[in-house]
Design a protein around this ligand. Structure first.
Ligand SMILES: Cc1ncc(COP(=O)(O)O)c(C=O)c1O
Length: 447
C-alpha cells in the first residue's frame, strides 16, 4: 500500500496567496498550474530522497530539483560546508582559493577541461559557449536541433516546445517555432535548425549551411523531451561533420554532466567536444553554470587579448557555491566513483521494474533511459527517437494523469512529460519499492 497525500489544503491556500505577488504564484512556468492541475504542491522541507509539503505530506522525490540535487536534500557534508562558508563570508567577488579548488577537481573529472569558467546557471554557460564559438570561428550562425533546450537565451528559443505533428514540415527543412514573444525575428536568422538522431537530414542541411556555422550544439541525451538516447555512433558523427565544416562541436552537458559518469556523457560515449557546458548536478543544489574546453578557446576571455570575449558576473565563482562544488566532486570521485555504481543499480532497477508494472497491467507504455535518468512515455511505439516521435506518439495527457496519481500516493515528480526522472546518491531500493507500489495502484485505476 502506498502513502496517501491527497490532502493539500495548505498548498492550495498558499498558492492562492502567492499569485497575488508572483506571476502564476511561482518563478518559472514549469513549477505552476501549467503542469500541476489544481496548482502546485508547495514544498517546505527536504532530507535525503524525501520532501515534505506545507500540509506535512511526505513524498519520495524523483524530480530532485530538475536534477540539480545529485546528493539528495540536505546532504550532511554539503550542510557542513555551507554553514562553515557562510559564517566566514559567503562571497567576495574577488579572487579566492575556493574557485581554484573547485576548478582543479572539475579538471580531474572532465577530460576535455583544459580550463573551466564558472557562471551562475546552465543558461549563462550555453550563452557564453556560443559567444566563444562565434569569436573563435569568426562566424555567426549556429545549428541547434529540434526539441533541444539550452536555456532561455534568445537564439536558443527555437522549436524547443512540442507542436502538432502535422505542422513540423520536412526533415531537411523543419518548420521553425519561436518559443517566446519578445525575441526579434532577426535573431533566428542566425539559427539553422535540424532534426536530431538523423545523419542524412543533418548532412543535407550542412551542405547548404555548413560553411556558415560557428558551432553545432547538442544535448548528448535529449533531456527536455523526456529522455531520448542517441543512436549508436550518432554523436561522434555530428562531431565529425561539425569539424569537416570548420564549426565547433558544443556538447551541452547541463543535465548529463557529473551524472552519467564522473566525466559526464563525453566520458561515457568517448566524445571530445570543443566546448562543453555544465550546471545542475555540478552545484548539488546551488546555482552554477560552467564552460569547459581547451585553452586555445577559453583564453579568448583573457583581458586585452586580441578579439577578447567578454564575460562578467558579480556572482561568477561564488565562494559558497565553489565550496559546495569541491565537496560535491570529492564525494562523487571517492572510492573510484562508487556512488555512480549505486546510482546505476537503483536507477536500472527502477526502470526494469516499472516496465514490468506496465506489462502486468497491459498498459502501452515504455521506459527510456538507463542509470541516473529515465522517462516514461505512454505510447504503443517501442521507442521515441526524436522530437518528432515525441510530438507524434507520446500521450502527454495520460502521462500527466499518471503522475498526478503518483503525487496522491507519496511520489513527487513533475507531471510534464518533457522532463525526466532523476536518481540521486540519496535514493535507495526502498524508494524504488515505494514508486512501484504507487505505480501499481495508479495503473490499476488507469487500465
Ligand atoms: C540541456 C540544458 N541546457 C541548459 C539548460 C539551462 O540551465 P538553467 O536552467 O540552469 O539555466 C537546461 C535547463 O534545464 C538544460 O536542460
Amino acid at each position: 500500500m502506498s502513502v496517501s497525500t491527497k490532502t493539500r489544503t495548505q498548498s492550495q491556500a498558499w498558492y492562492e496567496r502567492a499569485q497575488r505577488s508572483l506571476v502564476e504564484g511561482v518563478n518559472s512556468p514549469s513549477r505552476g498550474a501549467a503542469v500541476y492541475s489544481g496548482g502546485p504542491v508547495v514544498l517546505e522541507r527536504g532530507q535525503g530522497s524525501h520532501v515534505w509539503d506545507l500540509d506535512g505530506n511526505q513524498y519520495v522525490d524523483f524530480m530532485m530539483s530538475f536534477g540539480a540535487l545529485i546528493q539528495g536534500h540536505a546532504h550532511p557534508k554539503i550542510v557542513e560546508v555551507v554553514s562553515q562558508t557562510v559564517a566566514e563570508g559567503s562571497h567576495f567577488a574577488a579572487a579566492t582559493s575556493a574557485e581554484a579548488e573547485a576548478a582543479e577537481r572539475f579538471q580531474r573529472m572532465v577530460p576535455s577541461a583544459e580550463a573551466v569558467r564558472f557562471a551562475n546557471s546552465g543558461s549563462e554557460a550555453t550563452m557564453l559557449a556560443l559567444r566563444l564559438a562565434r569569436a573563435h570561428t569568426g562566424r555567426t550562425k549556429f545549428l541547434k536541433f529540434e526539441g533541444h533546450y539550452h536555456g532561455w537565451y534568445d537564439p536558443y528559443c527555437l522549436s524547443g516546445h512540442s507542436h502538432p505533428a502535422d505542422q513540423l514540415g520536412p526533415r531537411e527543412n523543419p518548420a521553425r517555432f519561436p518559443d517566446s514573444a519578445g525575441i526579434p525575428e532577426a535573431v533566428f536568422d542566425d539559427v539553422v535548425l535540424a532534426p536530431w538522431n538523423d545523419v542524412e537530414a543533418l548532412e543535407a542541411i550542412l551542405q547548404h549551411h555548413g560553411r556558415e556555422l560557428a558551432a553545432i550544439i547538442t544535448e548528448p541525451i535529449m533531456a527536455n523531451m523526456g529522455c531520448i538516447l542517441p543512436r549508436e555512433g550518432y554523436l561522434q558523427r555530428v562531431c565529425d561533420r561539425a569539424h569537416q565544416y570548420g564549426a565547433l562541436f558544443i556538447l551541452d552537458e547541463v543535465v548529463t554532466g557529473f551524472r552519467y559518469a564522473p566525466g559526464g556523457c563525453q566520458q561515457r560515449f568517448g566524445l571530445k567536444p570543443d566546448l562543453s557546458t555544465f550546471g545542475k548536478a555540478l552545484g548539488a543544489g546551488f546555482p552554477v553554470g560552467a564552460v569547459a574546453g581547451p585553452r586555445a578557446i577559453l583564453n579568448r576571455m583573457r583581458w586585452g587579448s586580441e578579439g577578447m570575449v567578454l564575460h562578467y558576473g558579480t556572482f561568477n565563482g561564488h565562494r559558497l557555491t565553489m565550496r559546495v562544488i569541491a565537496a560535491n566532486l570529492d564525494l562523487l570521485a571517492a572510492n573510484d566513483g562508487a556512488l555512480y555504481k549505486q546510482i546505476y543499480a537503483v536507477g536500472d532497477a527502477a526502470i526494469a521494474q516499472l516496465r514490468d508494472v506496465f506489462r502486468r497491467h497491459k498498459i502501452a507504455a515504455i521506459v527510456q533511459g538507463f542509470g541516473p535518468m529515465f522517462q516514461i512515455y505512454f505510447t504503443s511505439h517501442d521507442a521515441i527517437h526524436d522530437y518528432r516521435d515525441y510530438c507524434r506518439y507520446a500521450d502527454t495527457t495520460k502521462y500527466s494523469r499518471f503522475v498526478h496519481g503518483l503525487l496522491d500516493r507519496g511520489i513527487y515528480m513533475t507531471p510534464s512529460n518533457g522532463l525526466h526522472w532523476i536518481v540521486s546518491t540519496a535514493h535507495r531500493m526502498e524508494d524504488v519499492e515505494a514508486l512501484l507500489s504507487a505505480a501499481d495502484e495508479v495503473c490499476a485505476e488507469m487500465a
